[in-house]
Ligand binder design. Sequence first.
Ligand code: 13P
Length: 249
Amino acid sequence: MRRKLVAGNWKMNGSLAANAALVAGIKEGLAAQACDVAVCVPAPYLAQVQALVAGSPVVLGAQDMSAHASGAYTGEVSASMLQEFGVQYVILGHSERRAYHGESDAAVAAKTVAALKAGLVPLVCVGETLEQREAGQTNAVVGGQLDVVLAALSVEEAARIVVAYEPVWAIGTGKTATPEMAQEVHAMLRARVGAKSAEVAAKVRILYGGSMKPDNAQQLLAMGDIDGGLIGGAALKAPDFLAIIDAAA
Ligand code: 13P
């Protein structure tokens, strides 16, 4: 049985005051939950949120990192810097980074390798656009994105990643994949991992992301290959985030 993970992706949202209120609300409402919980926060707030979640079941995540260890990469943040602030998870290859920052599959693979080497758990995001889905290319696109990452990893490394399926057309649009649509893609992704190692495929967690809300989380999370959620908008409201965590438990 894979333990579910509910991770909030705050994206470029927050302030010192808003973060404090949000984390307080999450901590207050957390029961002895039976799933893992993470918040992936903007880099400047890592130290603040590290202190806010200390001693609670909520773990800290980042939203991106450099593939490089250090040096002349202005604006970038390294895996070892994230580690110094207690970061455990790092989102890599989010569709917003692929679209607005030109991140290629190869760049995502290099970042994944660097994260694993530093002992971080990469949340590797894959997803198709509406045009790609309508052209019947979903499996080729999404499977292909994951294959490039898997090709860069040993079996032991592949066992330490988390995959997030985030259909681009469902992100921030209020349009969610139906549980059946998501399950179909998740099963395909698990099979891609299975081509590398059946043992890893049975254990790897595959999260769904894209307009997951309290009112659809339970149905999505009930599907056999959906092992949690990567939550955008609903992760910014403590009651909504808590309701999704409850649905996963
Ligand atoms: P929304 O939940 O706002 O659709 O965002 C999903 C997402 O991109 C999480 O990484």
